[in-house]
Ligand binder design. Structure first.
Ligand code: ATP
Length: 529
């Protein structure tokens, strides 16, 4: 058989198993392509096959192909899947690791010295602490106060805010500062923080992206050299890029328009870290005319009732029709999404554990079960309660502020994946995870505890009084949507009426998202019968 015949066969094999829309997207190989892909609609499958098809058919040189993923784990997974399809040498990495390796090379070429190292998160916290102690005249800050300040320092950079604009922008956005600081005090901390990093000859991840963008702007020859390795760029999770990442992307592209972006505006859940779906939604205006613009809306993951419920969660949004897509399910309806009510938090935790044991006794493997929490604290509490009930547990916590930082450090996007549970048996362990750390994952049986106002949507009092139009509420709706769409067969929503036993504490109200969606689903079913 001739080699061109065998590579044509290989290319055909790669396309097998894609639906019509997915296959269409996989075969448009030049010019700007946008794929809006709902939850479970196979976006990872589609972009991986598209890259494999392009390389196997000879349209792209793998060594000139860059795929940007949100975590190091996703990059490794993509390389593995490509290798299984016989495609090697594609560059797959996070924004940060691609940028850092380019920065190191550029630094060596331009200065003959090594670039500054990226500081370890613990050292960064020490530098922030020193900057705070120096400018704010106090020295006993808690870890979480330092973390909040670091997040604010990062927020300034990922949003590309210059010192001169910061005060005005903070005022006009009503953006709250950590520790009740005045904007001017925050700027003093920011300057002192830069001094601290310089003194230790380190940078952070935001600096890395800023420096690289600067090099591309000022060293055109170098930029052109680097672009040879990025003739074809694919960006996954494009709904979560920050203005700073977007700036780097535009520098990587230069005049090139062989760019494919994929994302879901309904899954933007990292706004606090600068993520915005603006670039995904405005892709055609920015890079168009586009060669292909497609929506993938078949959710291959979840049963019909879960998909119906997830759609109802989004339908309650004032921006639903313009921003979000409606999913369809190719599967049977399956069990309804059920709301389980408990008297107290303690009873809720024990109730969830016993429901899991009930499913386990009927054949559900523990590795097929997840409890997804809004906060890290509740994930820890539930892990304790489930272990007490005799369940093996794997705890996944996302490091919030480290979401972007972790992308280079190898900690998988800041997700702290606890060591596999020692007590895990043959059928593994249940997963207890924050919703943020569960993004991109799936389980047959999913529990979402604490579905009450104040937790879903999460609030520090003030959010309760805001209107539904508020962007913070919208982000909380998307977080809940991400949680619901992790379920394959069955999703349980849980709520405790009071925090403590015996009706003590402030009585809870069921989450507005649950009330809206459950009512809409009930109405729809009544209409059908
Ligand atoms: N054409 C298809 N036919 C059958 N199953 C598919 C198809 N495309 C994707 N799937 C399956 O659907 C599930 C979801 O796919 P994938 O993880 O690629 O989705 P995703 O869009 O990245 O999801 P999310 O954004 O919700 O994390 C996977 O189990 C995948 O194997």
């Amino acid at each position: 058989m001739s080699s061109s015949a065998s590579s044509a066969e290989q290319a055909e094999r790669i396309l097998a198993g894609l639906d019509e829309n997915q296959a269409c997207a996989a075969q448009v190989l030049s010019g700007p392509v946008r794929i809006i892909a709902g939850a479970g609609s196979g976006k990872t499958r589609t972009i991986t096959r598209r890259i494999a098809y392009a390389c196997a058919s000879g349209a792209w040189n793998p060594d000139a192909t860059l795929a940007v993923t949100y975590t190091n784990k996703a990059a490794a997974e993509m390389k593995l899947r490509l290798a299984r399809m016989g495609v090697h040498d594609v560059h797959a990495s996070t924004f940060h690791s691609a940028a850092y390796s380019q920065l190191r090379r550029a630094w060596r070429i331009l200065s003959h010295f090594e670039s500054p190292e990226i500081a370890d998160p613990r050292d960064l916290a020490l530098h922030a602490h020193a900057a705070m102690a120096h400018t704010l005249q106090l020295s006993d800050y808690t870890d979480s106060e330092v973390r909040d300040v670091l997040q604010e320092l990062s927020w300034m950079k990922v949003n590309l805010l210059g010192y001169e604009d910061y005060e005005r922008i903070v005022g006009s956005l009503g953006h709250e500062l950590p520790l009740d600081l005045e904007p001017r005090q925050m700027l003093d901390v920011a300057r002192a923080f830069e001094t601290e990093k310089r003194r230790h000859n380190v940078i952070d991840f935001d600096d890395c992206l800023l420096l690289l963008a600067h090099l591309y702007e000022n060293y055109e020859d170098l930029a052109e050299d680097f672009r040879q390795f990025m003739r074809h760029i694919t960006i996954d999770e494009y709904q979560d890029v920050s203005p700073l990442q977007h700036l780097v992307l535009t520098r990587w592209l230069g005049k090139n328009r062989d760019i494919c972006v994929v994302g879901d505006p309904a899954q933007t859940i990292y706004s606090y870290a600068g993520a915005t779906s603006y670039y995904l939604l405005n892709f055609a205006e920015e890079f168009g005319p586009v060669s292909h613009d497609v929506q993938l809306n078949t959710d291959y993951r979840s049963s019909g009732n879960i998909v119906e419920y997830a759609n109802a969660v989004l339908a309650g949004s004032p921006v639903a029709s313009s921003a979000y897509i409606t999913l369809t399910s190719p599967h049977d309806a399956g069990p309804r999404v059920h709301l389980a009510k408990f008297a107290s938090d303690g009873e809720e935790m024990r109730g969830i554990a016993s429901r899991i044991l009930w499913h386990h006794a009927r054949g559900t493997a523990l590795r097929d079960v997840a409890i997804l929490t809004r906060t890290r604290m509740r994930a820890r509490d539930l892990a304790r309660a489930c272990r007490e009930a005799g369940l093996a547990v794997n705890l996944r916590l996302d490091g919030e502020n480290e979401v972007l930082r972790g992308a280079v450090s190898g900690s998988d996007g800041g997700v702290d994946v606890g060591a596999p549970s020692e007590e895990a048996g043959q059928d593994g362990a249940i997963t207890i995870s924050t919703i943020h750390a569960a993004k991109g994952l799936e389980w047959p049986l999913v529990f979402i505890p604490d579905c009450h106002e104040g937790n879903i949507p999460f609030s520090m009092e003030q959010m309760m009084t805001r209107s539904d139009e508020d962007e913070d509420i919208e982000e909380e709706r998307r977080i809940f949507y991400v949680a619901v769409t992790r379920g394959i067969q069955q999703v349980y929503l849980c709520v405790a009426q009071y925090p403590f036993e015996g009706g003590r504490g402030v009585q809870r109200t069921v989450s507005r998202f649950v009330r809206q969606a459950s009512n809409a689903v009930r109405r729809a079913h009544r209409g059908k019968s």
